[in-house]
Design a protein around this ligand. Structure first.
Ligand code: 3PG
Length: 396
């Protein structure tokens, strides 16, 4: 992938596709500005080089023009972070955009309105991509979180704007989620959690070819337990994935990967924050109880094993961490990874939505080597897939 270099950017209009798809509350306040902050280094670099930035993003999944999904609420925060007054267009293509782009001073930013207000964006319509491209001289894609979508502003536009290169955020995401995973310092451990094995099959299979240690947690483990003949009570089980679970265990064995399932479980009498809870061995979950977190013995074993590693990738929580009573397993992993990063220089990579939320909730986000800004995109990368938004840059 081509990257932002020392090219002469002075006076050039640069189309920057960022992923500014941040959560907004009912009053249109930004509830998490991580993605805006993550986009700042690339934009600042361009501004310092004297470029004129035309900034584009989607927000949400609107069907047509929907005020609720306007990018306007982002302008104050973006202006504050960049230290300039960001100009906002009412559209992402058309006459007004052309005029505002032409009037941009060196070091100025024009934020376009939500590209998904046009259905042509998701259809990757070439005419629409051409219109987006028409206001700029070159293209920078920093929208890692949307790189798994072959849309007009992430893929199509590269046919009309060259060079098309990766921004710093995109580059960092690829360095960790592709680079560090392909060439890890060993031993290399993966921790995979989350509620369903069906959504993580691709990730587990792909990681089994790379890791020395695979730790499993979250709701998916009960399918593995049942496949091994353990009593699972009322725990979540994907009945149609029992054979798959057995085959994943066998694959791990064949590849010499040490696969760890929790030895004890915190069970609940109902799926609720105020449920009764107790610790039981993983082999004997009582009838009428359901597993909602990993137990203290499991945490101790996981911590001891993680102490031996040099690279760790984590995707998916260990339990229902949204409920305080069942958050201990997930919090323990977050703490362990933070400790290993800061005290032993272990490379720690957090990929995917829920584990990122858990790390942030624990206040440990700045302690990890890398926290991905992409949910679906990081999952697809970990599955070994090539992302269309990245491929388009390679080809450009
Ligand atoms: C995300 O939030 O994962 C990205 O912004 C992509 O959004 P999408 O799933 O609506 O394409």
């Amino acid at each position: 992938v081509g990257t932002l270099g020392e090219a002469d950017l002075r006076g050039k209009k640069v189309f920057v596709r960022a992923d500014l798809n941040v959560p907004l509350d009912d009053a249109q306040n930004i509830t998490d500005d991580t993605r805006i902050r993550a986009s700042v280094p690339t934009i600042k670099f361009l501004l310092e080089k004297g470029a004129k930035v035309v900034l584009a993003s989607h927000l949400g999944r609107p069907k047509g023009v929907t005020p609720k999904y306007s990018l306007k609420p982002l302008v104050p925060r973006l202006s504050e972070l960049l230290g300039i007054d960001v100009v906002m267009a009412n559209d992402c293509i058309g006459e007004e955009v052309e005029k505002l782009a032409a009037a941009l001073p060196e070091g100025g930013v024009l934020l376009l309105e939500n590209v998904r207000f046009y259905k042509e964006e998701e259809k990757n319509d070439p005419e629409f991509a051409k219109k987006l491209a028409s206001v700029a001289d070159l293209y920078v894609n920093d929208a890692f979180g949307t790189a798994h979508r072959a849309h007009a502003s992430t893929e199509g536009v590269t046919k009309f704007l060259k060079p098309a290169v990766a921004g710093f955020l995109m580059q960092k995401e690829l360095d960790y989620l592709v680079g560090a995973v392909a060439n890890p310092k060993k031993p290399f451990a993966a921790i995979v959690g989350g509620s369903k094995v069906s959504t993580k099959i691709g990730v587990i299979e792909s990681l089994l070819a790379k890791v020395d240690i695979l730790i499993l947690g979250g709701g998916m483990i009960y399918t593995f337990y049942k496949a091994q003949g353990y009593a699972v009570g009322k725990s979540l089980v994907e009945e149609d994935k029992l054979e798959l679970a057995t085959s994943l265990i066998e694959k791990a064995k064949a590849k010499g990967v040490s696969l760890l399932l929790p030895t004890d479980i915190i069970v609940a009498d109902k799926f609720a924050p105020d449920a009764e809870s107790k610790i039981v061995p993983a082999t004997a979950i009582p009838d009428d109880w359901m597993g909602l977190d990993v137990g203290p013995d499991a945490i101790k074993t996981f911590n001891d094993v993680l102490d031996t590693t040099q690279t760790i990738i984590w995707n998916g929580p260990m339990g229902v961490f949204e409920f305080e009573k069942f958050a201990a397993g997930t919090e323990a992993i977050a703490k362990k990874l933070a400790e290993l990063t800061t005290s032993k220089g272990v490379t720690t990579i957090i990929g995917g939505g829920d584990s990122v939320a858990a790390v942030e909730k624990a206040g440990l986000a700045d302690k990890m080597s890398h926290i991905s800004t992409g949910g679906g995109a990081s999952l697809e990368l970990l599955e070994g897939k090539t992302l269309p938004g990245v491929l388009a840059l390679d080809e450009a």
